[in-house]
Design a protein around this ligand. Structure first.
Ligand SMILES: [Zn+2]
Length: 339
């Protein structure tokens, strides 16, 4: 069994595997412009964030009914549980659905049909984080938050995702202030393709409690020092960074340097159907390619639970952390010799 971990950076729409996309398309009578799942999988070769987003939004057309969203959530939980995920804080993008005529209630009710009982069915506790598309207007984000108010008992926080460059965090100052008034947690993507200044702005203007990605903080030593001092969690997604060319190759990923600097790093999967792996696959990849040792891997797992929004259930956090301490890592996959 892989090391127990929390997944804190996971877009549920990004878990849509080609096979499920075809099954949902058939059920909803939608024609996809690909002959089959293999051909669609071959289209998952991106050059950057924007080329990924184009396909990502195109495929969302297959998600129409509550049952579609329930099936999507169930497929994710099955994979996540097999990779050691014990707790998941799951992003969803309401505007990507409401803009094509699917009501926010359909999305939330469908996801919750599965997530509401996920601990019993899959052994994974879950929360939902509503994300605003940053390339849409601030007014649209505010409308989305207002229309989510009937569902706030199922939503733990708000986030900010999609195309980063040119859409600084401060654009969403008012909607984050409104979210804070509603008692919601706040996170934001920052410093993935955008500059380190976006990280500072997300902290100071939006009041975020975690930074999603945050990779480019390494360009600003004073910012690194601040993130360490304030114990701000960073939700890194190594395989995503390689697929979107945020880093050239995995062996050049700054994760080891970030751990050495004392940053509170976590390892997550982002959009696993598109980027080559789920949470455990990301752990395996950094272990193998970046030669992380057991103590570093255990730290990443500890950090994931310490960074989780579990303050309402500290005994649960303590149980998860105890599982991490008790975990015995198998021999590294690179070790040769007698089995
Ligand atoms: Zn993301």
């Amino acid at each position: 069994m892989p090391v127990p971990k929390a997944e804190l950076h996971l877009h549920i729409e990004g878990t849509l595997e080609p096979e499920l996309a075809f099954a949902l398309a058939a059920r909803n009578g939608i024609d996809l412009p690909y002959a089959n799942a293999a051909e669609l999988r071959a289209a998952y070769a991106f050059e950057d964030l924007q080329s990924f987003l184009n396909l990502y939004y195109e495929l969302m057309a297959v998600l129409r009914t509550e049952q579609d969203f329930a099936d999507l959530a169930a497929a994710y939980l099955t994979r996540a549980a097999a990779q050691g995920v014990r707790h998941a804080e799951i992003f969803f993008d309401p505007q990507a659905h409401t803009s094509r005529g699917v009501a926010l209630g359909t999305v939330v009710e469908g996801l919750w049909r599965v997530l509401g009982d996920s601990e019993r069915t899959h052994g994974v506790s879950t929360q939902l984080i509503l994300c605003f598309l940053r390339d849409e207007s601030a007014e649209s984000a505010m409308q989305t938050l207002r229309s989510a108010e009937p569902y706030l008992d199922r939503i733990a926080g708000v986030g900010l995702d999609s195309a980063e460059v040119g859409h600084p965090p401060a654009k969403f100052r008012e909607v984050y202030a409104a979210a804070a008034e509603l008692g919601l947690h706040r996170v934001a993507h920052a410093g993935e393709e955008g500059p380190p200044a976006y990280i500072t702005e997300a902290l100071d203007v939006l009041g975020v409690q975690r930074i999603d990605h945050g990779l480019r903080c390494m360009e600003d030593p004073a910012l690194v020092e601040r993130l360490v001092r304030e114990r701000i969690p960073l939700t890194l997604c190594p395989l995503s960074n390689v697929r979107l060319r945020t880093v050239d190759t995995l062996d050049r990923h700054p994760l080891p340097a970030m751990l050495d600097a004392g940053l509170m790093c976590t390892v997550n999967s982002d959009d696993p159907a598109y980027f080559g792996g789920y949470a455990g696959d990301n752990f395996d990849a950094v272990r193998k390619v970046l030669a992380l040792n057991e103590e570093q891997l255990r730290d990443l797992a500890r950090n994931s639970f310490n960074a989780a929004f579990l303050e309402h259930d500290e005994p649960r956090r303590a149980r998860y952390l105890a599982e991490v301490e008790a975990y015995a890592f198998p021999s590294p996959p690179t070790t040769s010799g007698p089995a």
